[in-house]
Design a protein around this ligand. Sequence first.
Ligand SMILES: [Fe+2]
Ligand SMILES: [Fe+2]
Length: 354
Amino acid sequence: MSTRAYTLPLEQTQWHVPGCGAETIFNWEYDEGRDKLLHLYEKGKNNQWNATTRIDWSQSIDLDNPMGFPDEFVPIFGSTIWDKLDEKRRNEVRYHMEAWRFSQFLHGEQGALICTAKIVQTVPDMDSKFYAATQVIDEARHVEVYSRYLHEKLQMAYPINVHLQTLLNQGISDSRWDMTYLAMQVIIEGLALAAFNTIRDLAKDPLGRAINAYVMQDEARHVAFGRLALRDYYPHLSDKERDEREEFCVEACYLMRDRFLAEEVWERLGIDWQEVLTFLQNSEIMVQFQSRLFTRIVPALKDIGLWGPRIQKAFTDMNVMEFADVDLDALAKSDDEVALEFDRLMKERDNGVA
Ligand SMILES: [Fe+2]
Ligand SMILES: [Fe+2]
């Protein structure tokens, strides 16, 4: 992404995260590995795709409402702030919201690329190194896709949100491989998946929907990888070590829920941020939207055994305990099927059936 496309000035064009002191681990036991992980590795190899050809990049988008969402999806819909805006200003809000949202997807994906490469280096097991290697190319593809979308279609981007950057920094600079995993694969990508899901299932724009359907097909495998690797690892930790991880997750969840509210957009558009914040904190729709962000995080943490009183208390407070028994395997299967359905529809359209 060229800095020319950024709507706000960048403080720096490169972000240097100081060395984390993580140990690089070689493994001379080329054992066969765990069946489930190797199965996932096979799936990762078989399901590679090329973003240049699988996506129809010739489709144009409506810059006044890039995703084709109904107005109810605009965070400030229903407020006096929204009521006072004329149509031109409302178009600006819709446009900037998507530029901000896709920009955070893009920066988060670069974080995933870097974190997964670090996992290849630091995880002790060879089967995990194998799988993580397929994920590195998946994440590079996701960076490619969101970058191209922002560059060619939205033609505007936002710098990384400071709260996302804080969490990314914690995940990358921690020397323990599993902490990188928790911050990136469980929290950041778990939240991103919920946002991708909203676009895939509820937006109207065909290009935006297809992109997110295909990325989700890969992400479903990544979530499965995290669960398999961490589920085996966490029972070997002490209670104190597990408690540290729970504390980290609780703080990260609150950080992302309470502070990831697109404040840059409101400031950039000259809309009073404090007024927006007051409205959002009392908005029933926002509360529902924020709780849906946890659909995949809650069952994943339960599954990997980070399910002590601290986590359960936080999730009860956030009103998201209902997701504890969500079947992640069923969701992954459905993510796979939906992506294939998008392929089928595109083929039909190309053949003049639809
Ligand atoms: Fe990704
Ligand atoms: Fe991922």
